[in-house]
Design a binder for this molecule. Structure first.
Ligand code: IVH
Length: 716
C-alpha cells in the first residue's frame, strides 16, 4: 500500500476529505483485522501509524467525519486475550529444520552418535508430510474430549475447546476398547484448498478482507469467540503426536499413530517407516512430487525416530526434540522492483536495512518488505568478505529476486543487472543513526580483529528507537508477556506526554500515575474505561515473572531464551545472578570462575553479562524495576533432583549411555557438567579406564561413583 495522501488536510474539500476518510478507514480496519485477528500483518508499523495519524488529522479538520466511521477511536483487540489459558502438562515443542539432503544425513548421524552407535544403520525413522496449519492439543479423559488448546508459547495455549468440538474430524468420544484413561492427542488443524477458496469467496461477497493463505484462514477460523463462525468453516484435523499419555498403545511412533486411527482420528496416509537416509530422501521426493495434488498445504516432510524408547533417550534440546526434524521444501522465489531501502534501528542499536518492494506474491503471500541483512550484503559481500552475486551490489530501482522460505523473513536474493536503470547509484549506507542522529559504527570484534557486519548506533539510552525496541522486547510474548501491551501500545506510551513509559519500571507505575493525573488514559483515543482496567490488571498479573523470562526480557546482548533459562537455573534468584555478575568483573574471582564453568555459557555471554552489570545506569534501572517486580525463581529442578546445582564430571568408558547422553541427563536434572576435576567438583562418575581425572578427584577429595552408582543416585 502506498503512503497516505500528503495534501494538507486544510486544503481538502469536504467531499475529497470524506472519500479519503472512507478509504483510509477501510485500510485501517483491514490492517487491524490482519494484525489482531489473523496474525498476518499487511502493513508495517510505520505505514500503519502514518494512516492513523492522517485519519485523526482528517477527523480533526472535518469533525462530521468522526461520527461516520468513528474508527480512530478503535484499537483492535486481540481475540487471544479473551480465551482462557491452558497450561500444557507436556510442553508443545517445535522442530529443528533441515534444508538439504546433507542436513538430513547429519541429523541421522547425530541420532546414531548420540545413542553411541559406531555405524549408521539399524535405527528406523518415520517420514510424513509437515502440514501447514496450526497445532492443537486435545485432552481425552476416559475417552471423552475434555479440552482443546492451541500451542501458544508451547507452555501455555488458548482454550479453544468449544471451537474444536465443531470440527467433524475431531471425535468427541474415542472408539475402541484400548483407549487409555488419559490421552492427549496432538495434531494439525488445517483447511483444504477448495474450502479455503470458498471461504475467501464468501469474505469477498461480504466485503470482508480475504485471508492470505489457508494457514491464516485456519487459525482465524479456529480462534473465534463466536463458535458458530468456526462451525461454518470446514476445518480438518490430522493426528500425528501426543502429549500426556501415561499408557501408550504401542512402543513405536508408527504404532501409536496407527492406534489413533482406530480411536477415530484421521492420520496421514503418506506416513511411512524408513530404514535409511536414502529411504527417507526417497519418501521426501515422493511427497514433494505429490504436493500440488494433495489438496492441502504442506511445507516439508517430518522425520521421527520410530522407537519410542530411543526417543526418550534422545530427549530434547531447548524447544525441539533431538529425535525429529522437519525437512523443508525449497524456498519460493519471485521477481519485483526494489523501491526504497529503509533503515530500522533495533533494540541493540543495530541498523538493519529493509527492502521496500513493489508488492509481489511469493508462495501465496503478498510480500512488500524483505531483509537486505547488512551493509556488506548490499555491497555484494558475504560475512567472510567474499563476493556474492558475482560481486554485484543492490541498488534502489533494481529488479530483484525475492526468496521466501516458510516462516523465515523474505530476503532479497539476487539482482537482474540487465534491468538496472542507467542512472542508478550505489547505495550509501547511513553512518548516522536515522532515529537519533548519533554516529553509527562497525565495532571491531576483539577475538577476530575483524569489523562487525552490523553497523550500530552509539546513542545507547538517548536513542529513542533503541529504548522503544527494548521496551517492546521486555513485554513480548517470550519475556514478560503482558496482555494488551503490544508494539503499538509501547510506541504510544513512549511518546505520550501524560503517561510516559521510558523504561520497564514505568510500566508498573502506569496505574498509579494515571490515578494521580488530571488527564485520564481512559479518555484518550484508542482506550476506554474497560480496556484501561484490563491493561492495568494484566500488568499487575506480571509483577512476579518467572526468573528466566525476566532475565530474557532485560534484553542483554547475546542472552536469548535458552541462555536466560540456564542462568535462571544456575543462580536460582535474580539477586544471586546480579551479585555474581558484578563480582565476576574481577577475572580472578571465584564468581568469574563459576560463571566461566557453566556449561552452555561461552565467553561472549560472560562478557555481555559483565558489560551489562558494569553500567551504572543499568544498575539504577534495575533498582527501579525491582522495586516494582519480584522475579520468581525457576520452578526448581533443584528441589526434586539429588544432583541439582552440583558440578559433575564424567570420565572413563560408560556402558549404558553415551557421553552426550550422560551430559544431557545430568543437565536435565539440574546438574552442571564440567570437563575437568577441580576442588569445586561435587561428583566424578568414573567408568572403566578412568585416568588422570580419577587421580585429581582423589587429590581434591571429590566423591567418586561408577555408572551404576549414578543410576542409583538419580533413581533410574
Ligand atoms: S511433530 C515434538 N509432525 O510443525 C514434535 N509436527 O515446526 C511435535 N507440524 O508445532 C511435532 N505437521 O504444528 C509434527 N507431521 C507433523 C507435523 C508437525 C506439521 C507442525 C506442528 C509443530 C510444527 C513444528
Amino acid at each position: 500500500m502506498s503512503e497516505p495522501e500528503s495534501i494538507p488536510v486544510e486544503s481538502l474539500t469536504p467531499r475529497k476529505a470524506k472519500l479519503e476518510h472512507k478509504a483510509l478507514a477501510a485500510e485501517i480496519a483491514a490492517a487491524d483485522r490482519a494484525y489482531f485477528q489473523d496474525d498476518q500483518p499487511i502493513l508495517d508499523d510505520a505505514s500503519y501509524d502514518a494512516r492513523r495519524r492522517r485519519l485523526v488529522a482528517l477527523e480533526e479538520a472535518f469533525p462530521e467525519l468522526k461520527g461516520a466511521e468513528a474508527l480512530s477511536d478503535k484499537v483492535g483487540a486481540k481475540p487471544s486475550s479473551k480465551f482462557a489459558k491452558i497450561r500444557h502438562r507436556v510442553p508443545m515443542l517445535s522442530l529443528a529444520n533441515a534444508f538439504s539432503d546433507e542436513d538430513v544425513a547429519e541429523f541421522v548421524g547425530r541420532v546414531h552418535s548420540f545413542l553411541g552407535r559406531k555405524e549408521v544403520g539399524g535405527i528406523a525413522f518415520t517420514a510424513e508430510p509437515k502440514i501447514d496449519g496450526l497445532s492443537l492439543s486435545l485432552r481425552y479423559e476416559k475417552g471423552a474430549l475434555v479440552h482443546a488448546a492451541t500451542r501458544g508459547d508451547g507452555e501455555e495455549g488458548e482454550d479453544v475447546t468449544l471451537n474444536a468440538r465443531t470440527i467433524s474430524e475431531i471425535p468427541h468420544v474415542l472408539s475402541g476398547d484400548d483407549v487409555p484413561e488419559v490421552a492427549e492427542i496432538r495434531g494439525e488443524v488445517y483447511l483444504g484448498h477448495a474450502d479455503f477458496a470458498g471461504i475467501n469467496e464468501r469474505q469477498r461477497e461480504k466485503g470482508l478482507p480475504e485471508f492470505a493463505n489457508p494457514r491464516n484462514a485456519a487459525a482465524g477460523s479456529l480462534r473465534q469467540l463466536d463458535v458458530s463462525i468456526t462451525a461454518a468453516r470446514p476445518l480438518r484435523f490430522f493426528a500425528y503426536a501426543w502429549g500426556e499419555m501415561p499408557v501408550l498403545p504401542a512402543d513405536t511412533q508408527f504404532g501409536v499413530v496407527e492406534a489413533f486411527k482406530h480411536w477415530g482420528f484421521r492420520t496421514n496416509a503418506l506416513m511411512k517407516r524408513c530404514e535409511s537416509v536414502e529411504e527417507l530422501l526417497e519418501r521426501y521426493r515422493l511427497i514433494e512430487a505429490q504436493r500440488a495434488t494433495l489438496g492441502y498445504d504442506i511445507d516439508g516432510v517430518v522425520y521421527k525416530v520410530d522407537d519410542l524408547a530411543l526417543q526418550t533417550r534422545l530427549g530434547f534440546v531447548a524447544r525441539a526434540p533431538r529425535w525429529a526434524i522437519a525437512h523443508k521444501f525449497p524456498a519460493e522465489l519471485a521477481t519485483t522492483v526494489l523501491e526504497a531501502i529503509e533503515i530500522q534501528v533495533g533494540r541493540t542499536g543495530a541498523l538493519s536495512p529493509v527492502a521496500k518492494l513493489r508488492p509481489v506474491t511469493v508462495g501465496g503471500v503478498v510480500v512488500s518488505n524483505a531483509t537486505l541483512h547488512n551493509e556488506d550484503y548490499i555491497r555484494g559481500f558475504d560475512s567472510k568478505g567474499l563476493p556474492i552475486r558475482d560481486g554485484s551490489d543492490i541498488r534502489i530501482g533494481d529488479t530483484v529476486t525475492v526468496k521466501r522460505a516458510g516462516d523465515v523473513i523474505p530476503r532479497v536474493q539476487s539482482v537482474d543487472l540487465t534491468k538496472r536503470p542507467a542512472d542508478s547509484q550505489a547505495y550509501a549506507f547511513p553512518t548516522l543513526c536515522p532515529a537519533c542522529g548519533s554516529h553509527a559504527t562497525r565495532e571491531i570484534n576483539p577475538r577476530t580483529g575483524k569489523e562487525d557486519a552490523v553497523r550500530r548506533c552509539t546513542g545507547g539510552l538517548i536513542c529513542p528507537a533503541q529504548a522503544v525496541e527494548r521496551l517492546k522486547h521486555f513485554v513480548s510474548r517470550d519475556a514478560l508477556d503482558i496482555d494488551g501491551l503490544g508494539d503499538k501500545q509501547i510506541e504510544f506510551f513512549h511518546a505520550d506526554p501524560d503517561l510516559p513509559v521510558k523504561e520497564p519500571a514505568d510500566i508498573f507505575t502506569l496505574a498509579q500515575r494515571d490515578a494521580a493525573n488530571f488527564k485520564k488514559l481512559k479518555d484518550k483515543e484508542g482506550f476506554g474505561a474497560q480496556s484501561v482496567a484490563k491493561l492495568f490488571a494484566a500488568i499487575d498479573e506480571r509483577r512476579s515473572p518467572p526468573l528466566n523470562r525476566f532475565i530474557f526480557g532485560l534484553g542483554i546482548r547475546h542472552i536469548g531464551e535458552t541462555t536466560a533459562r540456564l542462568l535462571a537455573r544456575h543462580y536460582g534468584s535474580f539477586d544471586a545472578l546480579r551479585s555474581a555478575g558484578i563480582a565476576a568483573a574481577d577475572v580472578s574471582s571465584h564468581e568469574r570462575q563459576e560463571l566461566d564453568a557453566i556449561d552452555g555459557i561461552g565467553p561472549t555471554v560472560v562478557e555481555a553479562l559483565m558489560e551489562f552489570f558494569a553500567e551504572a545506569h543499568n544498575q539504577e534501572l534495575l533498582e527501579r524495576l525491582l522495586a516494582q517486580v519480584s522475579p520468581q525463581p525457576l520452578e526448581a529442578v533443584a528441589s526434586v533432583s539429588p544432583v541439582a546445582g552440583k558440578i559433575v564430571v564424567f570420565t572413563g568408558a560408560l556402558e549404558q549411555m553415551t557421553r552426550d547422553e550422560a551430559k544431557a541427563m545430568a543437565e536435565r536434572l539440574g546438574a552442571k557438567v564440567a570437563g575437568s576435576v577441580s576442588s569445586k567438583t561435587d561428583l566424578l562418575v568414573a567408568g572403566p579406564g578412568a585416568g588422570s581425572k580419577l587421580k585429581d578427584a582423589t587429590k581434591h577429595g571429590v566423591q567418586v561413583i561408577d555408572e551404576a552408582g549414578w543410576f542409583t543416585l538419580v533413581g533410574r
